[in-house]
Design a protein around this ligand. Structure first.
Ligand code: PMP
Length: 449
């Protein structure tokens, strides 16, 4: 890759973004009262010098306040995998909030049991509880795991992401031992006191760490999705289950992103048997919602413990968790939008996307790869695709990524800012996918020169 050429192209696209988006640029310049000028500091993770401001959104389309339309493959980094404001969810939200009234009343609604039963049908776990974010689902799953096992540590995979969960911000350091993830903000203590870490796809490292006998739970994505997509090698997930069982360690599958694999995520698609499962983002169809599921055996063990305060200040709960609006949105999303049929169509579109990207990569002779997990695809600047989180983090190329993101965005295609992820929603079309393939191919031609 000719870096000078890349820098020149990046500067050209950055200037083009400024020309195309004067309103967004001005809004950002005016945002003096926001910490970092944005509603949440990660919104500064954008290619170019300012974020594009959201105007309207519907299905797989977004418009910015400058009046440009985008095909949205970012889909709120999975939060909008159901598409933006799908009709059934909009109607359920309108009904619950405006007609029946009551978003948050500290009282259950009958929708909750419907959602619990549907999550059981999809993921297999028998008992469910709700949160508003995947982060909180993970936090509470971790607390329950510690309570029931009496062990203190949580094991995660290096360069996994599970939200701002303190225990999860650990990586395998250069000496092969656990170390704080670079840049971690405000850790309560040295992360090695609360956590252990192993590389994804490395069973001997996992076995070595579990042998210490102090791990309450392994919290993992069945495929890593936050450092590119890193797929499990044959036998790896079965090995994880075997080792966790042998060492009396609970297995928590975080399906927040891997839900893209199908209606019951990887857990159903690959017949996995976790003790707990966490999920968030997409299941609310755009309304904040999350959930965690427990096996029947685990639920019984926990509910039988009179020393645990599960109903008051014991550390598991959120006042608005499971609120009527959030639960109504989950029901509408699961019942009418992210259905078994929808996943079938979304998977086919992602296959088409993957094939288009692969063709473009091959045509330009680039040493890149593209991976797919159901409705989610991602290209990575390495071939073959990396097999661990650390290896995948080492092939990151922020400059190259910024160029591709800006080039695509300036031509009406939105990718996920944290990586080269493209997600299909029920409203995505083949023409949308082909539009990406075309623009992506021209971007590569420009890069190669
Ligand atoms: N788990 C996984 C696998 C995630 O990718 C994320 C966020 N990207 C989270 C949990 C946390 O989700 P949230 O920020 O919505 O709490």
């Amino acid at each position: 890759m000719d870096r000078t050429r890349l820098q020149h192209l990046l500067a050209r696209e950055s200037a083009e973004a400024e020309r195309r988006n004067p309103r967004s640029k001005a809004a950002y310049a005016r945002a003096d009262h926001l910490f970092g000028r944005v509603p949440m500091t990660w919104m500064n993770k954008t290619a170019g010098t300012f974020p594009r401001y959201l105007g309207t959104a519907n299905g797989a389309r977004i418009t910015d306040i400058d009046g440009h339309e985008y095909i949205d493959f970012c889909l709120g980094d999975t939060g909008a995998m159901a598409g933006h404001s799908p009709e059934a969810v909009a109607a359920a939200v309108q009904r619950r909030f405006a007609e029946q009234g009551g978003a948050t009343a500290m009282l259950p609604t009958e929708d909750a049991e419907w959602v619990g039963a549907e999550l059981t049908r999809r993921f297999g776990l028998s008992h469910w509880s709700f949160s508003l974010t995947a982060t909180d689902a993970n936090r509470w799953a971790i607390r329950l795991a510690r309570a029931v096992t009496g062990r203190s540590k949580i094991l995660v995979n290096s360069y996994s992401y599970h939200g701002s969960v303190d225990e999860s911000l650990i990586v395998v350091g250069p000496d092969g031992r656990g170390a704080s993830r670079p840049g971690n903000v405000g850790a309560p203590c040295d992360v090695t006191l609360t956590s252990r870490v192993a590389e994804f796809n490395d069973l001997s490292q996992l076995e070595r760490e579990l042998a210490h006998g102090d791990v309450a739970a392994v919290l993992m994505e069945p495929a890593l999705t936050n450092i590119g997509i890193v797929l499990p090698e044959p036998g790896y997930l079965a090995g994880v289950r075997e080792l966790t069982r042998r060492h009396g360690v609970l297995l928590i599958n975080d399906e927040t992103h891997t839900f893209s694999a199908g209606p019951g995520g990887c857990t159903a698609a690959w017949l996995l048997e976790p003790d707990m499962l966490t999920i968030g983002k997409a299941i609310g169809g755009g309304i904040p919602a999350g959930a965690y599921g427990l096996s029947a055996e685990l639920a019984d063990r926990l509910l039988g413990r009179s020393d645990l305060d599960l109903v008051d200040m014991g550390g598991v709960g959120g006042t608005l968790a499971g609120n009527a609006l959030s639960v109504a949105a989950m029901r509408a999303t699961l019942e009418h939008v992210l259905t078994d049929d929808a996943f079938e169509r979304m998977g086919k579109l992602a296959e088409r996307f993957e094939a288009g990207v692969q063709q473009a990569i091959d045509a330009h002779g680039l040493p890149w790869s593209v991976s797919r997990l159901g409705a989610r695809t991602e290209y990575r600047f390495a071939s073959p695709a990396p097999r661990t989180g650390t290896a995948s983090s080492e092939v990151a190329d922020p400059e190259l990524e910024d160029f591709l993101h800006l080039y695509l965005a300036n031509r009406g295609i939105l990718m996920t800012p944290f990586h080269n992820m493209a997600l299909m929603c029920p409203a995505t079309t083949e023409a949308d996918v082909d539009a990406h393939t075309d623009v992506f191919s021209v971007a590569l031609a420009q890069l190669i020169g």
